[in-house]
Structure formats: C-alpha cells, structure tokens
Design a binder for this molecule. Structure first.
Ligand SMILES: Cc1ncc(C[n+]2csc(CCOP(=O)(O)OP(=O)(O)O)c2C)c(N)n1
Length: 282
C-alpha cells in the first residue's frame, strides 16, 4: 500500500533527526564518512521505520528481516538509526569510534545489537545477504533480506559473483539497494570507472531493476513494495541520491567522502539541515 501523507511526514521528521545526529556524532568523534552517510539516510529511515519486520527488543529473533550495510563506512548513519530504534542506549554514541567504545567507524556485529554482519571491507555484503536469503529458503522462513551497497563499491568483483549466485537461485526474498550518489572515494564514478548503463548490467545478471529518487519516501516505499511482489529473481533498487544530502557545503563534493567538523562547521551543517526540513515541513 502506498505511504500516506502522514507516514511520509513522519519519515521526513525522522530523517531530519538522523541527519542531525550524523553531524553531531561526526563532530564529537572527530571525523566520519559523512557524505555517504547523508546520502544513504532516507533509504535506511524508510526501511527501519516502515518496512523492516524487526523487534529491537529481540535483536536475535530468528524470523526478523535482515539488513546488511555493505557500504560499511556508512556505519555512523546506521548506528544513529539503530540507537534511535532502541537497540542500545543512544547516549553511547557520544563515544562513537573512541577507544573502549563498542562502536568503531564500521559496525561490528559482535559488539553492536541490530548489526547482522560486520562490514567495511567493500564488496562482501551482497554475498552475505545472498547466503542469508538462501538460508531463509532452506529453513522455510519468511524473512526478507535487504542489502545496501555504494555505487563505488560495485567496482568490487565479489559483488558480481554474489549477483550471479542470487539470480541463479532465483532469490526473490532478496532486495539490494545501490546508493547511487555518483561519487566514490576520490571522484565521480563515471570518470574513475564507468558504471553506466548500470541497470543493463544488473539485468544481464538476471535481476529485476527499479530506479528511484533515493530521497523520495513515496518512491522508495513504492519500489520496496514492488520488489516484494516480484517472483523468481532478486531485485535491485538503484537509488539516485546526493552525497552530503542536505548540507550545502558537502553536497556532491568528493572531498566530503570523509571529514571532520569544528564547531563552526557543525553549526553551519546543522543550520543547513534545519533550513532544508523547515522548508518541507514548515
Ligand atoms: C575492499 C575495500 N577497498 C577500499 C576501501 C576503502 N574505501 C572506503 S569507502 C570507499 C569508496 C566507496 O565508494 P561508494 O561505495 O560509492 O561509497 P559512498 O559514496 O556511498 O560513500 C573506499 C574505496 C574499502 N573500505 N574496502
């Protein structure tokens, strides 16, 4: 069922909070992969606050949906969501990436509740997700598996090995997202290693392809529900996004792949985010 206007507003409010949390945590921890964390936010918010069948009080519940953040460097955004969902006390994020904290820059499934797989070395999340989706089928479980990859990450050959396997096994319980912000660590994907025509590449591997605006909750939700209905093959939702989304000085800037914030920059970033959302929500 399409999202209602009220649900879209709720998700928008949540994305506002999460983006501000990403900026705050980046300030306190000294630096993060902030650009790609701001681009992935809306898909994470749609999943965690609407679509995933999860119970933060039971992180190991066998029938929960699985989510793998294959672009593990976006862990700061994922941690902000998991903390807000109640997997752990979000006050712990004040020590994010500091010595003794359970949170490294890339989340560790042995230390962080709600994190189903440790990632960070790019190119492995889709293979893990493929295994989880196969496991659901073998054990006759109804849970779905979701995996988010970066577009730069698609340069890893292991992504395509997993894509072949998932398609061979007709894993229609698997949905992948590509955070298609057009930038990788050091510049534009199309300058460094051409990915387009990306939909055709996944199509050739036997996947169903949906392309959406990755900052539009109605579009993200519509695609997730479409993927549920597709039988006999996995689906990839290519989400067109903006790296650094909502912070003017960071938007589409490769140098904000990773960065730290002093108090002036933090205040500037928070003000940008507030202006963006006040413009939408009033
Ligand atoms: C195997 C591996 N090689 C290199 C890196 C270093 N690295 C971290 S992020 C990144 C760029 C990834 O680009 P993209 O997937 O587009 O991420 P996003 O723009 O969404 O942040 C690289 C090369 C890594 N984490 N793992």
């Amino acid at each position: 069922m399409p999202l209602t206007q009220e649900e879209i507003k709720e998700l928008t409010r949540k994305a506002w909070d999460i983006r501000k949390a990403i900026v705050d945590i980046t300030y306190t921890c000294g630096g993060s992969h902030i650009g790609g964390s701001l681009s992935e936010t809306d898909v994470l918010v749609a999943l965690y606050y609407k679509y995933l069948n999860i119970d933060p009080a039971r992180p190991d519940w066998e029938d929960r949906d699985r989510f793998i953040l294959s672009k593990g460097h976006g862990g700061i955004g994922w941690a902000a969501v998991l903390g807000d969902k109640g997997y752990f006390d979000k006050a712990l994020l004040k020590n994010f990436n500091k010595t003794g904290s359970p949170f490294g820059m890339h989340l560790d499934s042995l230390k962080v509740k709600g994190c189903d797989a440790s990632t960070g070395s790019l190119g492995h999340g889709l293979a893990i997700a493929t295994g989880l989706a196969m496991g659901a089928r073998l054990r006759k479980k109804d849970y779905r598996t979701y995996c988010m990859m970066g577009d730069g990450e698609l340069c890893e050959g292991t992504v395509w090995e997993a894509a072949i396997l998932a398609s061979h096994h007709k894993l229609d319980n698997l949905t992948a997202f590509v955070d298609r912000n057009g930038l990788m660590i050091d510049g534009m994907t199309e300058v460094i290693t051409t990915l387009e025509p990306l939909p055709d590449k996944f199509k050739a591997f036997g996947w169903e392809i949906l392309v959406v605006d990755g900052h539009d909750f109605a579009a993200i939700g519509g695609a997730i529900e479409k993927a549920w209905a597709i039988k006999g093959r996995p689906t990839v939702i290519i989400c067109n996004t903006v790296k650094g989304r909502c912070v003017d000085l960071m938007e589409n800037q490769a140098q904000w792949h990773y960065g730290g914030l002093n108090s002036d920059l933090r205040d500037q970033a928070l003000a940008c985010i507030d202006t963006h959302y006040k413009g939408i929500l009033g």
